[in-house]
Structure formats: structure tokens, C-alpha cells
Design a binder for this molecule. Structure first.
Ligand code: UDP
Length: 254
């Protein structure tokens, strides 16, 4: 079979042309980077796990009427998604202080935040994804204020749902990063949740021990990275206790 045309290669994923107009194939690589590419490596099996974890979480979000780009998983490393126009923002939702928030504001990692905080970063590798405010977003027309209302609401609903889901399996959802995209249906524009939700872009800590179960293990050279991703999948009930070999078949949204 002829290989599909590659449209984009990012740090952790590749996008190919989809089988029908308006669709893309999202391929999950094992490559990992941190610090905007300053550190790079391979986490064996990461792509397979993230494909499966992201599928599972996007389907659960779809069930509570959060619109996502996910259509269905195609195989171990690929999923079919809707083609969207990506809004050039990384939307970070935080429940517990960690990472750049702790560093910038001197709040010790692990401090529960008095309320959920949403931050925005302008997606631009050359500028190191600088933090921006809704004022910048409106002024430079990256998203309209009405779009930001939708994005904020979707981000908070996603947080509430994921927090509950992870709490139920003994995991604290410390923070995570979302990306959103636009699709047009005739005259109507809709905002969808895009990209992926996985231990690559969430901070997940064991609720009892606070042990890290996410990409910080790679960023901070803590070892046992793949095992941590596997444990997240096991706790969500995606991976059988025995390991990686017996993944459930794909489920379709539509
Ligand atoms: N994050 C991400 N991609 C980025 C930056 C951050 O997925 O380019 C995620 C990260 O995994 C964490 C959350 O966003 O779950 C908040 O990250 P933070 O701002 O603390 O960034 P750090 O400098 O620690 O990566």
C-alpha cells in the first residue's frame, strides 16, 4: 500500500493526510524532548501507550459532550482525527503547584492551589513558547474573546472530569496542557479539543506516595519512564495487568 503523504512532523507525533477530506492520521512516536528540544531521547513503547491513553481520555470526554478531534484509533500507533486549524496557544490548567509555576513564583512543588489556574502560552518554538495573557491573544488576533470563553469553559470542564477520573484510580492530576482547533461547518465555526492527552502533557502523581508517573521522569532523569506510563494505562484499565500485549480493540466515536 502506498504510504500516506506526510503533512507535518512534530517532536512526538507525525501527521499524515487522512483517507477522506477533512481527516488526518496522527502517528505517535517514541521520541521524547524536553526544554524545547534541549534534551531528547527515546522512551520505548511511549507512542503505543500515548495513542491508547489519549484515545481513552478523548472518548470519555466525548461522552460528556466535550467536542474533540478524535475519530477512531486505527492501529497501535495511529489514530484518525478531524483536520482542524490549530489555535496557536498552549492552554495549561493547574491544580497543584509544579514545574514552571513553582520556579517563577517560588511556590513549593506539591502546594495545592487555592483555585484552579489557567495559563496561556503562545506556540512558537523560536520564542520558546512565551506566556501570554488574554489581552495579547485578543490584540494579536490569535483567538477572539468569544473563542476564549469557549476554550476556558472546555478547559475547566475537562479538568473537572479528568481530576475525578484520575482520583478514582489513585492519581493526582497536578497540571496538564491542552490545545484547541477550529473547524467550519458551513457558516458555523466550532472549537474542538485537539492534540493529545497523555503523560507527555499531564503531570500525574501517585495520590499516596506523590511518585511521578509522567514525562517529568524523563525531564529530570528519574528513570523507569515507560513503566510509569504503563502504570497510568493499567490504572485506567486500558492495559491488562500482564503488560502491553493484549490491548483492547479500537472504539469509534462516529
Ligand atoms: N507542557 C506541555 N508542553 C509544553 C510545556 C508544558 O505539555 O511545551 C505541560 C507539562 O507537561 C505540564 C504542564 O504543561 O503538565 C505545565 O508545564 P510547566 O509550565 O510547568 O512547564 P515545564 O517548564 O515544567 O515543562
Amino acid at each position: 500500500m502506498a504510504r500516506r503523504r506526510q503533512l507535518y512532523e512534530g517532536k512526538a507525533k507525525v501527521l499524515f493526510e487522512g483517507p477522506e477530506p477533512g481527516t488526518l492520521v496522527q502517528y505517535f512516536k517514541d521520541d521524547a524532548t524536553a526544554g524545547n528540544g534541549a534534551k531528547s531521547g527515546i522512551i520505548t513503547g511511549k507512542g503505543v501507550l500515548n495513542n491508547r491513553i489519549s484515545e481513552y481520555l478523548m472518548l470519555k470526554l466525548h461522552d460528556i459532550n466535550i467536542p474533540t478531534h478524535f475519530i477512531r484509533r486505527l492501529n497501535m500507533r495511529e489514530q484518525l482525527i478531524r483536520e482542524v486549524e490549530i489555535i496557536p496557544l498552549e492552554v495549561v490548567v493547574r491544580n497543584v503547584a509544579a514545574g514552571s509555576l513553582s520556579k517563577r513564583l517560588g511556590i513549593p512543588e506539591g502546594t495545592r492551589l487555592p483555585r484552579t489556574i489557567i495559563e496561556y502560552y503562545y506556540k512558537n518554538d523560536a520564542l520558546n513558547d512565551p506566556m501570554v495573557s488574554e489581552e495579547h491573544i485578543a490584540a494579536f488576533n490569535w483567538a477572539a474573546p468569544q473563542d476564549m470563553d469557549d476554550i476556558n469553559q472546555l478547559a475547566l470542564r475537562t479538568n473537572d472530569f479528568l481530576m475525578g477520573m484520575f482520583t478514582a484510580v489513585g492519581i493526582t492530576l497536578v497540571d496538564f496542557k491542552l490545545e484547541f482547533g477550529r473547524i467550519w461547518e458551513g457558516e458555523e465555526m466550532r472549537i474542538l479539543l485537539a492534540d493529545e492527552i497523555s503523560p507527555d502533557n499531564c503531570r500525574l502523581w501517585d495520590s499516596k506516595t506523590n511518585e511521578k508517573m509522567d514525562k517529568d521522569r524523563f525531564r529530570r532523569d528519574m528513570g523507569r519512564v515507560e513503566e510509569a506510563y504503563q502504570e497510568v494505562a493499567k490504572r485506567l484499565g486500558i492495559l491488562p495487568e500482564s503488560g502491553n500485549g493484549d490491548l483492547k480493540g479500537p472504539e469509534a466515536v462516529q
